[in-house]
Design a protein around this ligand. Structure first.
Ligand code: ARG
Length: 698
């Protein structure tokens, strides 16, 4: 594969950068297409003139890029001919909160980079400040914020001038502290000093003069100081990119790696020796555009605690959510108001199979919202017919009836089945029966909870509509025995989700379909959670190679942007509805239809069902191998897994949250794992590792 391709595969281009919607973490990198050592401006470059291997550099850089791209959003700047050191974007300037203090380089050799970086920042919408026109300032290479953002440590003595420090004061609300660099091998502050996210600092003391050391020791307590040996300092250990709990750096000693791991960091070592030839490593190759210097407050100005308190005060307490207040999300990841990142292993109960904020669906939503959002079905709209046709082409069902929430679609299916029972099958008026399964979950309306077998779902909400019979899930004899001449339908989840991802015995659905056909009973499958790729097929019923009479879809039908649901069936069934029989103001509105069309397209084009099958089989096998005294069994289909425990699941979900993995318990003892289907293999491994660790503790 050519190096060009490598970059295009993984990179986000500079033009996609949007300050408004910038993620909590955005990093700027420059591919080393033109990297070279062809002048000497630091001791590392001595003896390395013309000795760098560009292809090797490219591979090392790409690896660093890929590691970082899983932790943050990486945007790229194109290198400029004649500026081989432009790969070291840390020296472009210092950015925070939409303001960039632009660098002015000490050596003439790097000064041509200035206009290129300036142009890039301006185009990206930054407020560009020239801090030091006549006096050198080399950006983030020499200026580093403390983790809490209250202090800006700035180096001087080698490159950045002490005069430039004054200009940095007042740019941000941080105290500027000057550190004198006295060892020419550590000519940029970021080569010997790294404030870490847990409030500690990793540094090489010999690189500083006594007064600077005293200042460092005053700010960082002894237990917050990680002193690096000369050998590690020379491996550029301090030149580390620290994002949240992860530290990415050049290869270091086992001792130092241990120390960092004991402090709770994930240490990712990436070989970067090609860049050491120019005096740089991981941190030099990266500039933070939006440092995760969180005030602990959301954009609204409220802390997580405030927001939880407000919700508890003014919201009904019909949920007991995990206390993580999410502010933004992308793909399989979400960020809380404090900027902490979590792997989403619930995917909003499979509504975000396509990943959070999928760009194609977002585009469709914004474009449609600018045209027309709601017409009501009193008039026609241009999007509804197109969604109906897409659904037909994708699923083979002749007709569809779009609604909004899943429960509404279930109600719609029940109404269709009852009317079909009277009109087509000929059951006496008000005598139709519908068979449902024990431990079902189809929603929360009164009719639906009326046939739930979960006492809590029903308690206090009766009286309930009659006409439903309950049979054990997976028991074909019970189904056969429950069918009467009045039975119009059998409503079933192919895999019971809320019940704990219960997979029925092999062949159950096939046999149920046969029984239904034999007795002229409609088979209605609720694919709201199991459908649209989750179990490794477009629909879970396809594992049994059957064609149900009615299919109910929702959740991922919109990719999480908007509630969209639908009932899919034949002309014979949906044909029973006459004008005025049934309706919904929002059902089939143009915004919903445009979103749903885009969401379906993503499922097909990104082969999400296939991904689910592949990654799910891998994850299931891996979790089944895990030895844990808490685990009774692991089951599931596709990326829809459940870990059955012999202990309460909630505390484990809380422990997982603290390690950056969001799972939700179902019932008392089941942890469900259902990440967005776009999840990368490496991200999945990241999550599985943490799940294994938490389940294997004590
Ligand atoms: N050759 C480059 C220079 O001497 C390396 C820059 C390394 N950057 C850094 N942030 N330490 O300017």
């Amino acid at each position: 594969m050519s190096t060009e391709l490598l970059i295009e595969d993984h990179g986000t281009t500079a033009s996609e950068f949007d300050v408004e919607t910038g993620r909590a973490l955005t990093l700027l990198m420059c591919p080393p297409k033109l990297y070279d050592v062809h002048y000497v401006i630091n001791p590392w470059m001595r003896g390395n003139l013309g000795k760098s291997n560009r292809e090797r550099a490219m591979r090392q850089w790409q690896r660093l890029h890929d590691v970082l791209a899983r932790l943050a959003r990486v945007v790229l700047i194109e290198p400029v001919a004649g500026s081989p050191d432009m790969v070291f974007t840390a020296n472009a300037g210092l950015a925070r909160a939409g303001v960039v203090a632009l660098s002015s380089f000490f050596y003439r050799e790097r000064q041509d980079e200035e206009p290129a970086f300036r142009r890039w920042f301006e185009e990206a919408g930054y407020h560009v400040v020239d801090v030091a026109r006549a006096t050198p300032f080399e950006g983030e290479g020499d200026a580093l914020f403390s983790a809490d953002g209250t202090r800006l440590w700035v180096g001087f003595g080698t490159r950045t001038s002490v005069e430039s420090h004054a200009a940095l004061r007042g740019l941000w609300d941080a105290e500027v502290c000057s550190l004198h660099l006295v060892d020419e091998r550590f000519y940029h502050l970021d080569t010997c000093f790294a404030p870490l996210s847990d409030g500690s600092v990793m540094y090489f003391p010999e690189a500083f003069d006594a007064a600077s050391l005293a200042m460092i020791e005053q700010f960082y307590m002894p237990e917050q100081r990680i002193v690096v040996s000369e050998a590690d300092a020379l491996r550029f250990a301090c030149n580390a990119v620290n994002l949240d709990r992860t530290i990415v750096l050049n290869c270091i000693s086992d001792e130092l790696a241990m120390t960092l791991r004991e402090r709770g960091f994930d240490v990712v070592q990436v070989e970067l020796d090609e860049f050491l030839k120019a005096g740089g490593a991981a941190k030099c190759l990266v500039m933070r555009l939006t440092p995760e210097l969180h005030s602990g407050h959301s954009e609204s100005g409220f802390s997580a605690e405030d927001l939880i308190a407000i919700e508890d005060l003014h919201g009904a307490h019909n949920y007991h959510p995990l206390d993580v207040v999410i502010e933004q999300a992308s793909g399989a990841w979400v960020w809380d108001v404090e900027g902490r990142r979590y792997l989403d292993c619930l995917a909003a109960y499979s509504a975000v199979n396509q990943g959070h904020c999928h760009p194609a669906i977002l585009r469709a939503m914004v474009e449609q919202a600018q045209k027309v959002t709601l017409t009501s079905r009193a008039f026609r709209n241009e999007q509804l017919p197109l969604l109906l046709r897409d659904l037909h082409e994708l699923t083979g069902y002749a007709m569809a009836l779009p609604m909004n929430s899943g429960a509404e679609a279930v109600e719609t299916a029940l109404k269709a089945a009852r009317k079909w029972g009277e009109v087509v099958k000929g059951v006496a008026h008000d005598r139709t029966e519908i068979i449902v399964c024990a431990n079902n979950f189809h929603g929360r309306t009164i009719a639906i909870v009326g046939f739930s077998t979960d006492a809590q779902y029903r308690a206090g909400f009766g009286p309930f509509p009659a006409g439903f019979r309950n049979v054990p899930f997976g028991d074909i004899d019970a189904l056969r025995a429950a069918i009467t001449p009045q039975t119009c339908a059998f409503l079933v989840e192919p895999i019971q989700g809320e019940a704990g991802v219960i997979v029925p015995p092999e062949g159950y659905l096939r046999e149920a379909a046969r029984l239904c056909r034999e007795h002229n009973v409609l088979l209605i499958v609720d694919e709201i959670q199991s459908g649209l790729g989750r179990t490794g097929k477009l629909f879970a019923y396809q594992h049994d190679e059957i064609t149900p009479d009615v299919v109910i879809v929702g959740k991922a039908l919109s990719g999480g942007f908007y509630p969209v649901s639908a009932v899919l069936s034949s002309r014979e069934v949906l044909g029973v509805f006459q004008p005025g029989d049934h309706g919904s103001t929002f059902g089939g509105n143009p915004l919903a239809c445009a979103v749903a069309r885009a969401a379906l397209k993503v499922i097909v084009e990104e082969r999400l069902a296939e991904r689910s099958a592949e990654l799910g089989a891998y994850a299931l096998a891996r979790l089944q191998q895990m030895r844990s005294r808490h685990v009774v069994s692991v089951r599931g289909k596709g990326l829809w897994l459940a870990i059955e425990l012999n202990t309460a699941a909630r505390p484990l979900c809380e422990a997982l949250r603290d390690r950056g993995v969001l799972c939700k318990e179902t019932h008392e003892t089941v942890i469900r794992i259902a990440p967005p289907l776009v999840i990368g293999k490496e991200d999945l491994d990241w999550g599985l590792e943490r799940i294994e660790r938490v389940l294997q503790e004590d």
